[in-house]
Design a protein around this ligand. Structure first.
Ligand code: PEP
Ligand code: MN
Length: 342
């Protein structure tokens, strides 16, 4: 059961909490977007909901069956729109985030960013902290990478998203970027989720490589319950028996999660396939399936990339894809946002 209160005075909130405890339920209070939301976990039924609906300060009471409460469509019927420096995810306009897997140098990130902008990318991406499978692989430029991200973000005027891998680095990363990315490997790093919930930045939450839809939405619930409602979900492929592609991009998850949740869902066909030849077709398929955005890896010289070169589009491939995406989006009643350059 979820009880939405509109600016309750302390006495009204206490009354609601007391009544929840009397029923043997556990209350949890979240304050976000000017509302106070009390979730009561445990058995609740319609009669009980009505009792709460009559209490002073209560705006509405919703009975949510799903394990994820605040993330569910039952709680919020209309789509959430998440704004990142003016770029909106979850509306009719579909933004494309593009950039290299890793920030390798100022020159490389700037060249990639200018190419992304020229073809209409709405936002930039680039990793400063890289969660690599091998400890001997390039780990990212870390603090130096963050400084480059901020500089190039300011130079291009495009908002930037970068991954944060360590709860202790959340404040620092938040100072340098417009959106925080939780990587697939960290989807259930609950300490990180709790810290990021408090960071005052929108969050891009990737699906874990072996996470079911409910686990993914429960990870989002950690962010929402922590008071951060600006959450964008990202399908980036899951691990299956198939080894011909890096991951199996689960595109059915896009319309399914949008049915189950009000949160925007974007797709990452770069990590989802691991192969640049498959990125364009799957990017188009994702938009056709209703994705609220795309995350694409591009690199000016993919053969020299320090990470994920095989799945990176060249600037020319990216330019062509952006044109094709516009036609796909139009066919499903949407438009691709063309950022400040394209
Ligand atoms: C990334 O986007 O840079 C990345 C590491 O992706 P994932 O967490 O999906 O593997
Ligand atoms: Mn990558």
């Amino acid at each position: 059961m979820i009880i939405v209160m509109n600016a309750p005075v302390a006495r009204e909130l206490e009354r609601v909490l007391d009544k929840i405890r009397q029923l043997g339920l556990e209350p949890h209070v979240v304050t976000a977007a000017g509302k106070t939301v009390v979730t009561a976990i445990g058995d609740a039924d319609r009669d009980r909901c009505e009792q709460f609906a009559r209490l002073a300060g209560v705006e509405r009471v919703v009975l949510v069956q799903a394990a994820y409460k605040l993330a569910s469509r039952e709680f919020q019927a209309e789509n959430s729109v998440v704004s990142v420096g003016g770029v909106r995810f979850g509306g009719a306009v579909v933004p494309v985030i593009a950039g290299p897997c890793a920030v390798e140098s100022y020159g490389q990130f700037r060249a990639t960013a200018l190419a992304a902008k020229a073809s209409g990318a709405a936002m930039l991406r680039g990793g400063a902290f890289k969660p690599r499978t091998s400890p001997y692989s390039f780990q990212g430029l870390e603090q130096e990478g963050l400084a480059i991200i901020r500089t190039v973000g300011q130079e291009t005027g495009l908002p930037v998203v970068t991954e944060v891998t360590d709860p202790r680095a959340v404040g620092l990363v938040a100072e340098h970027t417009d959106m925080l990315q939780i990587g697939a490997r960290n989807m259930q790093n609950f300490a990180l989720l709790k810290e990021v919930a408090q960071a005052g930045r929108p969050v891009l939450l990737k699906r874990g490589p072996a996470a079911g839809i409910e686990e993914w939405l429960m990870a989002a619930e950690y962010l929402l319950a922590g008071g951060n409602t600006a959450v964008v979900l990202c399908e980036r492929g899951i691990r299956t028996f198939e080894t011909a592609t890096r991951n199996t991009l689960d595109l059915a998850a896009v319309p399914l999660v949008k049915h189950l949740s009000h949160l925007p869902v974007i797709a990452d066909p770069s990590h989802g396939t691991g192969n640049w030849r498959l990125v364009g077709p799957m990017a188009k398929a994702a938009v056709a399936a209703g994705a609220d955005g795309l995350l694409l890896e591009i690199h000016p010289w993919p053969e020299e990339a320090m990470s994920d070169g095989p799945q990176s589009l060249t600037p020319a491939n990216f330019r062509q894809l952006m044109g094709e995406l516009s036609r796909i989006a139009a066919a499903v009643g949407r438009t691709i946002q063309h950022g400040k350059g394209g």
